[in-house]
Write a protein of this length. Structure first.
Length: 182
């Protein structure tokens, strides 16, 4: 992969939308995280473990690799415009190198950019930890790899409900559905 600084480098419950053989052990994707020092090492490890659990929950027969780079607003805004043609920052960008094949049971192969500044803002507004918000973004990216999209209101609602089911299965409870605090 190019040396672009904005580019990433290299308990299972039954979700009715998950794929796999009932009773077969879930394959967890390997997760690597590159993060700024502002995100404590314990939170990076927690995020890697929970992302692997989410991958196994959502696609138990996939396994594969997930690479996450956590970046600030300026780098995310640059990447958002460069890769999506949209100015300004965003929460997550997904680069599915398997081109949707995880939805067919093939291994994940995905690079994910997560914006720590957006996660900090949303976590503060909703009253939960930044690492929970970052995990929400990672789950969102994995769902894109599994064919979900949020391009219209109906699809977004379905995708966000699946995010919250996944996070609940991992013991966090709903994160997206939490209302911002006044």
């Amino acid at each position: 992969m190019a040396q672009d600084p904005a580019q990433p480098t290299a308990s299972h419950a039954a979700d009715p939308a998950a794929r796999g053989t009932p009773g077969a052990p879930a394959l967890r994707p390997a997760v690597d995280i590159i993060a700024p020092a502002a995100l404590p090492a314990a939170d990076r490890l927690w995020l890697a473990e929970r992302t692997a659990e989410a991958g196994a929950y959502l696609a138990p027969r996939s396994g594969g690799e997930v690479r996450i780079r956590i970046i600030a607003d300026a780098a995310m805004a640059e990447a958002h415009e460069r890769y999506s043609g949209v100015p300004g920052t965003t929460d997550v960008l997904t680069f599915d190198l398997a081109e949707g094949m995880a939805a067919q049971g093939e291994p994940f192969d995905v690079d994910i950019l997560l914006c720590i500044d957006e996660a900090s803002r949303q976590a503060a507004a909703r009253g939960h930890a930044v690492r929970d918000e970052l995990l929400l973004y990672a789950v969102h990216a994995l769902l894109h790899c599994l064919g979900e999209n949020d391009h219209d209101e109906h699809d977004a609602a379905r995708m966000h409900a699946r995010e919250d089911r996944t996070l609940s299965a991992l013991g966090l409870g709903p994160v997206y559905a939490r209302e911002p605090r006044a």
